[in-house]
Ligand binder design. Structure first.
Ligand code: AFP
Length: 357
């Protein structure tokens, strides 16, 4: 029985009443959409919604049935409330205007309805990621209203559909986790004020792309793999779930570093992950929990978007590890890393391979 515990509704109303009263109502609609999606995903094969469609999204990716169904769920739950000026989604080429029959508000909701959906057929945790901005006035949003740096987000969060369904949310006042109590249908505050440990010995990256990474990433990962016998003087562990929500959730709970860096696999793409509805919301959640989120050369929340589905390199998690990898990028860009990485100098380097702090 969860009577008396803080529910998500109580939390968001209390924390938005003064400045953004309508924001609370919008977040409660998002939570309602998450409950619908949680039920959809939990049915698995019994729901008839697994498998792929013969359509592709704007990313050129084959759409799963659940990609489309979950996108619809969020649109239907959020379009009518009167808080929104528009919505944008990974699954829609262009922003979604609020239908004429509904009132408009000042907020913009940007989302990835089912992140990790390529895992949905194999029963691995997937999630929904969302980001909320405010406009200065109500009325219909224009494309430029969506192309704002992540530092202007009012709120961000994700739902993770795992053994339990959780929502993790920030309103700019820390990062807080809520667990769905299926008996009452309430999200209960179970993880208040989450903090990411500043150090870690766990890294997450898709190592099949190693030959395409830039040298600073190759250097960082090879040092982690060298473990006790290398410059780090400690063994590392690795994880790769191929579901960003699951990786970020693990990092919020026990630390770690997640990397989907720039690679030369497809030079037209500066990374795989999308800025507006994956990198930005996750970066806000991680920073609000004391972690760091970078492209390797820039704070993610400072990136000025130039298109709705823009991709960026993503390095986020335990602050000290993210800062180390940023330093490696800087040393690479300035040439200062040559004594470390050039085989010519490695035997005669002035810098012995003693473990550095
Ligand atoms: P899907 O939503 O297409 O499954 O992609 C998931 C994702 O965007 C992110 O959640 C993962 O971290 C990343 O892609 C996995 O990418 P790889 O399949 O290249 O490892």
């Amino acid at each position: 029985m969860q009577f008396g515990r803080t529910t998500l509704s109580k939390f968001v109303i209390e924390h938005t009443r003064a400045s953004h009263g309508e924001l609370g109502a919008l977040l409660i609609d998002v939570a309602a959409a998450v409950k619908t999606i949680s039920a959809m995903v939990a049915k698995g094969a019994l729901g008839g919604s697994l498998g792929a469609l013969d359509s592709t999204n704007v990313q050129g990716e084959v759409q799963k049935k659940l990609d489309v169904l979950t996108n619809e769920a969020i649109l239907r739950h959020c379009e009518w409330g009167g808080q929104l000026a528009g919505m944008a989604s990974e699954e829609m080429d262009d922003p979604y205007p609020i239908p004429a029959e509904y009132p408009r508000g000042r907020y913009l909701l940007v989302f990835d309805p089912l992140d990790g959906s390529s895992n949905s057929d194999v029963n691995v945790s997937v999630g929904t990621i969302f980001s909320i901005f405010a406009r200065s006035t109500a009325g219909d949003a224009e494309l430029g209203d969506y192309l704002r740096p992540g530092s202007e987000q009012l709120a961000a969060g994700y739902a993770i559909y795992g053994p339990s369904t959780m929502m993790v949310l920030t309103l700019g006042n820390g990062t807080h986790g809520f667990t769905l109590d299926r008996e009452s249908g309430n999200f209960i505050l179970t993880h208040p004020a989450i903090r990411v440990p500043e150090d870690t010995r766990e890294f997450a990256i898709n190592t099949s792309n190693e030959r395409f990474w830039e040298p600073p990433v190759q250097r960082y990962v090879s040092e982690c793999k060298a473990g006790k016998s290398g410059v780090r003087g400690a063994d590392f562990n690795t994880r790769w779930i191929a579901s960003m929500v699951a990786e970020v959730h693990r990092i919020l709970i026990r630390g770690g570093i997640f990397m989907y860096p720039k690679d030369s696999k497809d030079p037209s793409r500066p990374g795989r992950l999308r800025l507006l509805y994956e990198a930005n919301p996750m970066a806000m959640l991680i920073e609000q929990a004391g972690g760091a989120a970078s492209t390797g050369r820039q704070r993610i929340l400072d990136v000025a978007p130039d298109s709705l589905h823009q991709r960026v390199p993503v390095i986020l998690g335990s602050k000290n590890e993210v800062e180390r990898l940023e330093r490696y990028h800087q040393e690479y860009d300035t040439g200062a890393d040559r004594p470390f990485v050039s085989p010519l100098f490695s035997d005669r380097s002035l810098f012995r391979d003693e473990p550095r702090a």
